[in-house]
Design a protein around this ligand. Structure first.
Ligand code: COA
Ligand code: MG
Length: 329
């Protein structure tokens, strides 16, 4: 390990599915609270029309007092720092939202100063009203500037808990020629050389690999949790599963659900598969046996395992323990 430690890590908690609910549709709040989502995000930003912003803010302040969200993490996505709604969102939530609010999600973060500014407002308002619970901050990386400054953003505040990737806004910001929200694009392909029969295969590539990989890396380096963003076509369960599986393997702990039908899919994919859990436990048992014999490296089913394998296996076993713990509490 580097002598520089990972600075901190928020207490482990489940973040497999984050169900978004527009603040302007209060009839959905209780449904979201009763859903199987690990996290509910009440939205004040892009799912709310400009004319509804003030009403949506009032709705959200009210629901934070009136609806029982159980053990869910409750987050509110505020409007961006480039709008005139942003400061009012923060002040209303912190001053009038009560103690149930867990986190504020900041969209389109471009620099550490954006996080600093919200942290300053949250800190002042919390002190003014004598808040007991610390409000966490969640950041969406969804602009070219934000991705460029991701390391300084990830280290910008002790309130930070998670980084999220927003594919639609990111694509727009970078000038990508695509209009899908997450998922593939049939024109983003490689052609193989000619095969024996002369055919050339089209191999689809993942448009989102680089920003998601980069976000996972920056988040982990700063003790934050990386979360994959939206998948727009909520009638395409297989497409959602494939996207979520790739990002789960990269290190994301969960994914947004922009429709209730995506909650179960996210919970399924961000629960480690049984075969991975079984293998991880076998690695830990085999390494314990090897270490008891004074060995550093061993083989399991003909494959090398060593101390790094213990750390890899622990990621999976600890995530599963968290899930089982929550389900049996
Ligand atoms: N949270 C909780 N319940 C929801 C919901 C949500 N976000 N979206 C839909 N539902 C409920 C509906 O009320 C309906 O319930 P019912 O069976 O009791 O009548 C059921 O789920 C099926 O809803 P459906 O008719 O398929 O959806 P819709 O046409 O009402 O809404 C969307 C579709 C996509 C507009 C809606 O799901 C939505 O607003 N999602 C969140 C969008 C968002 O916040 N985006 C910002 C982040 S990218
Ligand atoms: Mg966005």
């Amino acid at each position: 390990m580097s002598f520089t430690p990972v600075i901190r890590r928020t207490p482990p908690r489940l973040y497999r599915s984050k169900l978004f609910v527009p603040g302007s549709r209060p009839q959905l709040f209780a449904k979201a609270a009763a859903s199987a989502a690990d996290v509910v995000c009440l939205d004040l930003e892009d799912a709310v029309a400009p004319a509804d912003k003030d009403k949506a803010r009032d709705n959200i302040v009210e629901v934070l007092h009136d609806v029982d969200f159980g053990r869910k993490l409750v987050s509110v996505r505020i409007n961006g720092l480039d709008t005139h709604w942003c400061y009012r969102d923060v002040l209303a939530l912190v001053e009038k939202g009560g103690e149930r609010l867990d986190a504020i999600m900041i969209p389109k973060v471009g620099s550490a100063a954006d996080v600093y500014a919200i942290d300053m407002l949250v800190t002042q308002a919390s002190a003014a009203v004598g808040r007991r619970k610390q409000i966490g901050l969640e950041v969406i990386i969804e602009t070219a500037l934000g991705l460029g400054n991701i390391d300084e953003i990830a280290g910008a505040s002790a309130r930070l808990e998670s980084l999220h990737f927003g594919s639609a806004d990111y694509a727009a910001s970078q000038g990508m020629r695509t209009t899908n929200i997450g998922g593939g694009n049939s024109d983003y392909v490689m052609l193989t050389d000619a095969l024996a029969d002369g055919r050339r295969e089209r191999h689809w590539n993942d448009l989102w690999h680089y920003p998601l990989f980069r976000m996972c890396q920056a988040a982990r380096a700063h003790g934050l949790v990386p979360i994959d963003g939206p998948f727009g076509d909520y009638s395409d369960a297989d497409g959602f599963r494939a996207q979520a599986m790739r990002t789960a393997i990269l290190g994301c702990e969960g994914k947004w659900a922009i429709h209730p039908s995506q909650v179960a899919l996210a919970n399924e994919i961000f629960t480690p598969p049984q075969k991975e859990v079984t293998r991880a436990k076998a690695i830990l048992a085999a390494m314990k046996e090897a270490q008891d014999k004074g060995l550093g490296a061993a083989t399991l089913n003909g494959v090398l395992i060593d101390a790094a394998s213990i750390r890899q296996a622990q990621v999976i076993v600890e995530q599963m323990a968290l899930i089982v713990g929550q389900d049996t509490d």
